[in-house]
Design a protein around this ligand. Sequence first.
Ligand code: PLP
Length: 452
Amino acid sequence: MAFERDSLALVGEALDRLAEGFRGLPEDPAAGVGADVDVPAMREVLLEAATRMQDNFPYHHPLYAGQMLKPPHPVARAAYALSLWLNPNNHALDGGRASSAMEKEVVRDLAAMCGLAEHLGHLTGGGTMANLEALHVNGSERPGRAVLASEHAHYTHARLCAVLGIPFRTVPADRAGRMDAALLERELGTGDVGVVVCTLGTTSIGAVDPLADIARLRDRFGFRLHVDAAYGGYFTLADSLRASTRAHFDALSLADSLAIDPHKHGLQPYGCGCVLFRDPAMGAHYTHDSPYTYFSSPDLHLGEISLECSRPGAAAVALWATHRMLPLARGGDFATGLDLGRRAALDLHTRLAADPRFHVLDPPELDIVVWAARGPTASASSRRARAIFDAAAKIDLHLALARLPRAMWEGRAELAWDEAELTCLRSCLMRPAHASWIDAIFERLSRATDAG
Ligand SMILES: Cc1ncc(COP(=O)(O)O)c(C=O)c1O
């Protein structure tokens, strides 16, 4: 399969436009047209790099239906590349004036998508950094108190709390993988909870914690409410959510802070995450003095409200270009793409549910499907899932695996529990194209299951 390359010509044209802005400068032979590039040597190295990179799963192809990976939009790729001729640094306006302005615009777009009337926020290297900043700020607002998250929250929260020195506890989830609000309420009774992390779209199965209910508990117990929407946040634009899921997305604006990753569902190259705070006064937690930067303008330098110092302006330019082409609007092309991935997930789930070779969970809330292989025991089912995973990869269908607790499968899978967990097959159907590839995906899965 060939790669799209029309965007390469457009990068050339856009570079000419960029150069017009600097035409008053004297020519520099090392950097300008006909620059000092050893083309044959560079060609050799680039072709070697391309050969090395053949050893990757085909993330760009719809038969890659495994982990949470989505190719960037061509405009994001092109805009990112374009900006590298300047290599702006969005730490300070000194390093990235235009790209910092673009970052403020895209962060405003994301805040508006989440319904925030006011906000403070910036792009980050990814979901981990966005969550780190949110836990740091919320933890500082409630010093000495614990952070609670669902047992299915991303493992990053436990690790980040260890880094920050904040006590961390988990709350059990229900059979659908959502934080159990009644058990959360019981935990809150201990009186030592400062922050609750609500995950809108868990990494393993795309479950949506009951944000609207958790927000009501916040009103009673006074904790800070952080929403980890790193993977699921964009689904607030989707029209195909179940009413019960929609109710929790409609409560997004009640969060004190949010993490949302443009490099997951937002069609961006890695690394592009975003942290948002509902109250701009949270900027006070970042207060610091820099003897080296912030000289070029009295306007806000993003480094003044970010834990990371140097950050790629390229990420902001890429996201800005993507928002220009695909605005974050319900009913728009970007939102339709999310609905198509969801349709693919529901289609795959329906076929799996009707097939006696598999066990399924409830229909997916977002676009992740998880299923188990039939087997007499948990260990046999897990072995079978791994064999199917390997057999599928041999015929170019790339799936993922996940370990889920017994509690999620009891009553759904008749097997003897000789192990506490089940290794299951997992598929993140994140691209619009997946909607028209489910026939091909299921046909290969079927073959791999018979072979595995
Ligand atoms: C819900 C959630 N939070 C946090 C993260 C960590 O994000 P990143 O890998 O961008 O650091 C992930 C990654 O999959 C995630 O799904």
